[in-house]
Design a protein around this ligand. Structure first.
Ligand code: GAL
Length: 693
């Protein structure tokens, strides 16, 4: 077993494959930050308890699993949070409709309540059997003692294995060798931190990325876009990012990566106007390259041997291909002010549309096959699109529909075409175990209530997104898709719009708090959105929670789903406050809550300082947030705001401040703030303190 970094161990069996997430990585291990984490310094699983065998199938791995251990992770799992006793296959897929492990972003990494993490370095469709079976003889043949044959379905199918230690069995097809990485705890959250720091640390969004996003109708023309943009500003609806869907290009399936001057005549002039109105622009695309694209001739020799939608599949692991792709994005878009991209269709769609991607047998110039490329495509694509922003010295906050291992440094948020609200909430809970971010986006809705409930979830997520690619007018004017496109509006749309505006304003007020939470992701690898079990691994009450999550260190979010007027909320130990009313709740208990339509259940830990900004309509460059600090309880802990220019990479070289907020409980009960660091500008002005007792 080799020690790779503080608290990170590697065990090698056989000869690993040439192409794995580690061999393809472009990011650096964050050794210094790993050194700062305390650890016992011994592998969390002894080498003698791990077995690695080669078989004709590939590599078979066995690791111990103690009876009491609960297993989490495996990337963006949308159908289950606790994977103990389940089988999961790490196969990228755009239609993960059931609990097989298939995912937009499968990650062969799991963490245990035993306080450690395990990462298997492979791009193969590896299967994890998380204690599904006992070894021969281990059951002690308990069921043989049963006197009568079972007849009811409950008896027939209700087999429960004897309690006791089990085994994690991992099947890695095709490979002849493997690297296993073990991450020390001592607890589950620290194991996740180590995995994220090993991956290169978390990403830091530009501060505007934390505002509200609106993606416009796919068939919109220049005049539609300008009408919408004008309406947002006139109605004072906070919107920071304006997204263009497929129609901006001359060809979209596959992509030309060229503006369509038919729908968007004088597009550069249009962009100038939008920038002048303080919108950031995000462009939809995918990476299958149309024959009319200017990149086509140069990418031809560096692509796989099958087409998708008549387009090339560039091998972005090859430098030449990446340079062409990144170069075009730099010159044509990033240098012209575009702030980000939505990287669609990179997640293989073989369940529903068999020809929307390439076969697993595809051969790529790098030597990768289609199976490996499928699981790597999302991260390779993110790296290629991040590159021009690095060159330009500007941060992006972008979207992607596929991701995988070691992806936490990439400033991309996952999304999906699945549209079940419950599934979307589970995505927020789950993504944080594996260095991923996920947005529960809003499109149209089945009712005004549905729209509001969905917006509430998205504003308490990494990316507050309305993806209105199928409707011409904003959803608060008409939720029904057909009527919306025809311009038939709801009678009470102004009322609905006003509730939406208030929610957007809530999002805007949370930006400084969220930005600080992302700074902890960047510097310490702590996921800004995460399951409750991560903060309370000793509390079995949190083990199965799939519908509530932590947002930063101080807030617990428990969204409500359409059609329900009440829900139960488990609040872990300690005391909590209702975010809206300040009402005090004692933790360690489950409550039934019944919020009004305009309220999503959110709780703040007692003894917190919560910085809330005066909502702006957009975050302009060098914007200064005016902050009122809410002080909950009699002994609020200090809170540190993260302050920098909000857009450049200067923070990597120390160009930032920490603004420490403190409360003196025994003095005149007043708050104070102090600033330290090398950044010379000001991002925050503290304008007031509010004591909630
Ligand atoms: C889907 C994507 C949608 C929208 C659409 C446009 O694949 O998930 O959000 O962008 O493509 O064709």
């Amino acid at each position: 077993m080799d020690k790779i970094a503080n608290g990170v161990w590697r065990l090698r069996g056989g000869e690993p494959e040439r192409h794995t997430p580690v061999s393809l990585r472009e990011t650096e291990i964050r050794y210094e930050e790993l050194d700062r984490l305390d650890c016992p310094g011994v592998s969390p699983v002894p080498e003698s308890e791990i077995s690695i065998h080669h078989t004709a199938r590939g590599v078979k791995i066995e690791l111990p699993l103690r009876a009491e251990e609960q297993i989490y992770g495996f990337g963006l799992q949308l159908h289950r949070v606790n994977h103990t006793g389940r089988k999961k296959v790490m196969r990228v897929n755009s239609d993960p409709v059931t609990d097989t492990g298939d995912s937009h972003a499968p990650v062969p990494f799991y963490v245990s309540t035993g306080g450690y993490g395990v990462y298997i370095d492979t791009s193969r469709y590896a299967a994890f059997y998380c204690g599904t079976n006992l070894r021969k003889g281990a059951s002690e043949h308990k069921s043989a003692e049963q006197k009568e044959v079972a007849t009811s379905e409950i008896e027939l199918y209700g087999y429960q294995a004897a309690e006791g230690d089990r085994t994690m069995v991992i099947d890695v097809p095709a490979a002849q060798g493997i690297d296993i990485y073990l991450f020390e705890g001592p607890d589950l959250k620290t194991a996740v931190q180590r995995y994220n720091l090993f991956s290169g640390g978390g990403c830091l969004p530009p501060v505007w990325g934390l505002g509200v996003w609106y993606r416009a109708y796919s068939a919109a023309k220049r005049e539609d876009v300008m009408r919408l943009a004008g309406q947002f500003r006139e109605d004072r609806m906070p919107v920071d990012v304006f997204g263009f869907e497929p129609g901006w290009q001359t060809k979209a399936y596959s992509c030309s990566f060229v503006w369509d001057e038919g729908r968007f005549s004088g597009h550069e002039d249009m962009l100038k106007q939008l920038y002048g109105m303080n919108f950031r622009i995000n462009l939809w695309e995918h990476l299958f390259v149309h024959p009319t694209s200017p990149m086509y001739p140069e990418l031809l020799p560096h692509s796989g041997n099958y087409e998708v939608w008549e387009g090339l599949v560039p091998d972005l692991s090859v430098k030449e291909a990446k340079d062409v792709f990144a170069g075009h994005h730099l010159k044509e878009f990033v240098e012209k002010g575009i702030s980000g991209f939505k990287l669609d269709e990179c997640d293989s769609s073989d369940f529903v549309h068999s020809n929307w991607s390439f076969p697993d047998t595809t051969e790529f110039p790098s030597g990768m096959d289609g199976e490996q490329m499928h699981n790597q495509l999302g991260t390779l694509y993110q790296a290629a699109v991040q590159a021009p922003f690095e060159t330009a010295g500007r941060r992006t906050w972008s979207q992607v529909r596929a991701s995988g291992a070691l992806a936490s440094p990439y400033p991309f948020v996952l999304y999906s075409d699945l549209y079940d609200h419950e599934v979307f909430i589970r995505g927020v809970v789950n993504a944080g175990f594996s260095g991923l971010l996920w947005t529960p986006e809003v499109r149209q809705a089945e009712s005004a209530e549905d729209l509001i409930r969905r917006i509430q979830t998205t504003i308490f997520s990494p990316l507050a997104l309305l993806n209105c690619w199928r409707i011409l007018n904003p959803p608060w004017m008409q939720v029904d898709r057909e009527k919306n496109v025809k311009g038939e509006f709801l009678d009470n749309y102004e009322e609905v719009r006003d509730i939406c505006r208030k929610l957007f304003e809530t999002r805007m007020s949370l930006i400084p708090y969220l930005y600080a939470s992302f700074a902890s992701y960047y510097f310490d690898g702590i996921p800004p959105f995460r399951a409750l079990v991560m903060d309370y691994p000793d509390d079995p009450g949190t083990y199965g929670i799939e519908d509530a999550y932590m947002m930063g260190d101080r807030m617990l979010v428990a969204p409500l789903i359409t059609g329900r007027t009440m829900r139960s909320v488990y609040l872990p130990r300690g005391c909590w406050r209702d975010f809206w009313t300040g009402e005090l709740y004692e933790g360690g208990r489950t409550y039934t809550v019944e919020p009004e339509l305009d309220r999503i259940p959110v709780y703040v830990k007692e003894n917190s300082l919560l910085p809330l900004a005066k909502p702006m309509e957009f975050v302009a460059d060098n914007a200064v947030f005016e902050i009122t600090v809410k002080a909950y309880g009699n002994e609020p802990q200090d809170f540190e705001l993260f302050e920098d220019d909000g857009t450049s990479f200067a923070y990597r070289d120390g160009g930032f401040n920490r603004v420490r907020l403190s409360w003196q409980p025994n003095g005149d009960a007043a708050g104070s703030s102090s600033r330290s660091g090398a950044y010379e500008g000001t991002q925050y002005r503290i304008i007031g303190w509010e004591h909630i007792v």
